[in-house]
Design a protein around this ligand. Structure first.
Ligand code: 5GP
Length: 195
């Protein structure tokens, strides 16, 4: 997605050879116009997949998931990282190791919002080692839901997550794929090249 790649080039800050910060439009301040375009793009790519729910993880997945749900005309659910007083044991839960925070979180979704009648599109802001996506897939599996695929705003192609998911036959659609962040330089994957 050209607009997204341009935005990453213009505003992304490379923190190391493995981490890029995009706080100005995705992870802190949100660009709603770009989010709407991102939602439209995911909705278009998964238009024929029979999606009934978009599933993400709080907090950075919420904006693209909500916009995708808006265009598809289905609800967006975010897994919570903390059990709140109003979330009780009527939950699907699993543990996810966070790449950026290097800590494990239990994530949960209420059984009220996912069931075996659902076809789930999993969405997230970044794909690194695939732990967040695998955790969300585990939640969908506990519900007995079908999986339409995984939509990612920014995939880091030099980490293992994309390979791990695609090798399992999962449909992964990434709107931007970064092949390298070495030497403070952002190199994108060439469109059409294999991933
Ligand atoms: P994974 O679970 O695939 O290892 O990592 C994906 C999660 O880690 C995403 O939900 C995202 O929040 C975070 N993440 C991974 N890499 C980056 C990065 O380079 N920049 C930012 N801002 N977040 C990242």
């Amino acid at each position: 997605m050209d607009k997204l790649e341009q935005k990453i080039r213009d505003e992304g800050r490379v923190l190391s050879d493995t981490v890029i910060k995009v706080d100005s439009f995705l992870n802190h301040q949100i660009d709603p116009v770009l989010m709407k375009q991102i939602g439209d793009e995911f909705a278009n790519r998964f238009a024929d997949a029979g999606v009934t729910k978009v599933l993400t993880l709080e907090s950075s997945g919420i904006a693209p998931a909500q916009m995708t749900g808006l265009t598809l005309g289905v609800p967006a659910i975010f897994a919570r990282k903390r059990k709140s007083l109003t979330l009780n044991d009527h939950l699907y839960s699993t543990t996810v190791h966070s790449f950026t925070k290097n800590q494990s979180n239990e994530i949960s979704v209420s059984k009220d919002y996912l069931s075996s009648d659902d076809t789930v599109l999993i969405l997230d802001d970044f794909l690194a080692n695939g732990q967040a996506a695998l955790g969300l897939m585990n939640i969908a599996q506990q519900a007995g839901a079908s999986l339409a695929g995984v939509g990612i705003v920014i995939e880091k192609g030099f980490q293992d997550g994309g390979k791990l998911l695609r090798e399992q036959g999962i449909r992964v659609e990434s709107l931007a794929i970064i092949d390298s962040l070495a030497d403070q330089k952002i190199t994108f994957h060439k469109e059409g090249a294999s991933v």
